[in-house]
Design a protein around this ligand. Structure first.
Ligand code: OOG
Ligand code: MG
Length: 260
């Protein structure tokens, strides 16, 4: 009986975040209505993504969040989080983002991994390299479904960690090291933020290892062909009509989009 009530509640809350995303309408924080645990928050996230999948979207990867101090401090959440990426969220580099489809979107500079093979459990910095097909510069579009972009840890997890879009630059072969790469976020040719790949947990590979570990924990393992976003290296920026957004990552190149 309790389990039935719980899963009904989880589906109701998943519908709230899904509708918010679908109609680009901000909603109240879930936790302001009922306290939710972190385990419930991940169940709500899964149920909300299942709704997208039932509409024909495909799971294409995972995103890590709050892997840098800059992001934790900007948003006031200090724990690592992870969410899911679907094919519909991808925007081609050099193309446009339609502002009408979002509530209050922000852009942030990231590094993406393309996974070569299903990754078994218990990897480390030495072993993980053989599962990386390629790496690319990326921009993530985050668009919290909550009013004023304000949330608790559980709220943001339930809301698929604010993920709303992602843009990938060209893939480069992985050469064994992603340390000390400069990453920036440029808006209309002005550099808004500049950071280092070291800002991502000291080494973006550690973010991938966390994705593998959490993927096993929550039954969403990192598989061949998946895209994994390592988390932003700098704070995010609100985007507005006609903005030209660009990210450059040393050695990996650039990625950009225009807001229309
Ligand atoms: C949550 C998502 C955090 C990152 O890269 O750290 C994130 C948010 O900031 O709304 O994607
Ligand atoms: Mg991000």
């Amino acid at each position: 009986m309790y389990i039935q009530t719980m899963s009904k509640r989880i589906n109701e809350l998943a519908k709230l975040v899904d509708d918010g995303a679908n109609h680009a309408r901000a909603i109240e924080q879930l936790s302001s209505q009922t306290p939710i645990t972190l385990v419930e928050a991940y169940a709500i996230q899964k149920a909300s993504i299942d709704r997208r999948i039932s509409r024909g979207e495909k799971l294409v990867g995972l995103k890590m969040g709050f892997t840098s101090k800059a992001k934790m401090e900007q948003m006031g959440v200090h724990e690592l989080i992870w969410g899911r990426l679907t094919d519909k969220m991808q925007i081609q580099s050099g193309k446009t983002l339609d502002l009408n489809k979002f509530i209050h979107p922000r852009a942030e500079p990231e590094i993406a991994f393309l996974i070569a093979e299903d990754v078994p459990e218990d990897q480390d910095l030495e072993s993980i390299g053989k599962y990386i097909e390629a790496v690319a510069p990326a921009i993530e579009i985050i668009d919290s479904r909550y009013k004023n972009f304000k949330f608790s840890l559980e709220d943001v997890v339930a809301d698929n960690c604010s993920s709303a879009g992602f843009v990938l630059g060209e893939w480069s072969p992985f050469t064994g090291d992603l340390k000390d790469l400069c990453i920036d976020l440029i808006v209309n040719e002005e550099c808004k933020h500049e950071g280092s790949s070291n800002a991502i947990l000291g080494n973006p590979l550690l973010s991938l290892l966390d994705a593998v570990r959490l993927g096993f924990k929550y039954n969403e393992p990192v598989k061949k062909g998946m895209i994994i976003l390592a988390g932003a290296a700098t704070p995010a920026e609100y985007i507005k009509l006609n903005d030209q957004i660009e990210t450059n990552v040393d050695r990996l190149g650039k990625v950009n989009l225009t807001v229309v």
